[in-house]
Design a protein around this ligand. Structure first.
Ligand code: ATP
Ligand code: MG
Length: 418
């Protein structure tokens, strides 16, 4: 074959697309009840948008970005995630002037140059949500419970919600020193990347996936022991509010997110059914990002769900989409023109109608009716045209109903209004 999708990319075709639509529609309904509005942002941004916010030493910026020069010599990057572009838009359009919390959601493709494997693609889709302007942990609990509701409503079960707090700019330095002290005399056991990270961003070492690094960092000091009074109080309240909302969670003091911008609350949702790529959604609070993008100091919190990781978990539980309400099987040219006209008229009335466009035998037309799952079939031959009377075959019950070849009567029979 001459052309194929690029490595790590995939075409999403029917009938699978109905699973995507089911998830997206379910999420939209819930977002509406929580007051989240949709935003659609470009898939590329100025490269700087990602470097500053995600962090120069993060895996995403170091290894995974699709970055190139456009014809004007500007460095642009296909978005690897949605929060940094969102904050860019939030500041650019002064969205902070709206009453807080300002709540937005997005759905769309993200791009990361990763090694393709099961549940890990180079173009993948996220459903993300961001809530701005409020630091109160009630908002954190609300966001996490909304995420639980979205994942639950599409039929996911057996998920593990892990939460932690990773502190703020006041307590992070203390933790950083303690971590460096712990790593100091064993840093030569770590991979080259981690040795470099030791000086510039030691917290990243906790997120390294190299098995020997995972082994060597066992027993590192837990971040929760280093929280300042404010972060500690915030985390305590978050747990209380999650309990009030009956969201079950486990505390994972070793949860480090792959992005540098998080402060205080961080969380990840995983499913054991997915094997090693088990994170289905993740998020956290980012209280200094708006500031860094040149806006007024504004706290924010958000999450992103990975579509390709939730689809395999529900795919089999959804039934096949239904076929058309009606299929016309015309026999001969004149019948085909009449069927052509009626097909258009009935579609305009809100029915899904198909007609056979090839002049094939009645037998092969009926075979097609079964293959596409048509609910009703009308065979239109010379006699029917002459008398203006047809019979509609209900393909489920096998029943035949007589009708005039006339739009209103056809609609009534198909909608079973007679
Ligand atoms: P992982 O640890 O699996 O690499 P991550 O921490 O890099 O995940 P985030 O940046 O938090 O992922 O993105 C949120 C969600 O997006 C993840 O939980 C996952 O479901 C999904 N995701 C991330 N990268 C990919 C990818 N390459 N292919 C498919 N889904 C992805
Ligand atoms: Mg990753």
């Amino acid at each position: 074959m001459k052309y194929k999708t690029l490595k790590g990319l995939q075409d999403i075709l029917p009938p699978d697309i109905s699973v995507w639509q089911h998830i997206e529609a379910g999420a939209r309904d819930i977002f509406k009840n929580y007051g989240f509005q949709e935003i659609r942002l470009p898939v590329m941004e100025s490269t700087d948008v990602f470097i500053r916010s995600i962090g120069e030493t993060s895996d995403i910026v170091e290894k995974e970005m699709y970055t190139f020069q456009d014809k004007g010599g500007r460095s642009v990057t296909l978005r690897p995630e949605g929060t940094a572009p969102f904050v860019r838009a939030y500041v650019e359009h002064h969205l902070y002037n709206n009453p807080a919390p300002q709540k937005y959601y997005y759905m769309g493709p993200m791009f990361r140059y990763e090694r393709p494997q099961a549940f890990r693609y180079r173009q993948f889709y996220q459903i993300g949500a961001e809530a701005m302007g409020i630091d109160d942990p009630k908002l954190d609990a609300e966001i996490i419970s909304m995420l639980a509701l979205i994942l639950g409503s599409i039929g996911l079960v057996g998920l593990n919600f892990e939460i932690t707090s990773i502190g703020c700019k006041n307590c992070r330095p203390g933790y950083r020193s303690a971590l460096k002290k712990f790593l100091n005399d064993k840093i030569d056991k770590f991979c080259k990347d981690c040795q470099r990270r030791f000086d510039i961003n030691p917290l990243r070492i906790l997120d390294c996936k190299v098995p020997s690094c995972i082994e060597s960092r066992q027993g590192s000091p837990p971040v929760l022991d280093f929280l300042c009074t404010e972060c500690e109080g915030h985390f305590k309240s978050l747990k209380k509010y999650l309990d009030i909302l009956s969201v079950s969670y486990t505390i994972n003091p070793n949860l480090v997110r792959g992005l540098d911008y998080y402060t205080k609350t961080a969380f990840e949702v995983s499913s054991e059914s997915l094997g090693s790529q088990k994170a289905v959604a993740a998020g956290g609070r980012y209280d200094s990002m708006v500031d860094e993008f040149g806006g007024p100091s504004t706290p924010g919190i958000g999450f992103a769900i990975g579509m390709e990781r939730i689809i395999p978990l529900i795919k089999d539980s959804l039934s096949e989409p239904a076929g058309p309400d009606l299929l016309f099987c015309p026999l001969g040219d004149e019948a085909a023109v009449k069927a052509f006209l009626l097909t258009g008229q009935l579609r305009a009335e809100g029915l899904w109608v198909e007609m056979n466009l090839e002049s094939t035998s009645l037998r092969s037309q009926m075979r097609k009716a079964n293959r596409i799952g048509a609910k009703n079939v009308i065979v239109l031959g010379e006699d029917e045209l002459k008398t203006g009377e047809i019979s509609i075959k209900d393909m489920v019950s096998g029943e035949q109903n007589k009708s005039l070849l006339e739009v209103n009567q056809l609609i009534k029979i198909i909608r079973k209004e007679t």
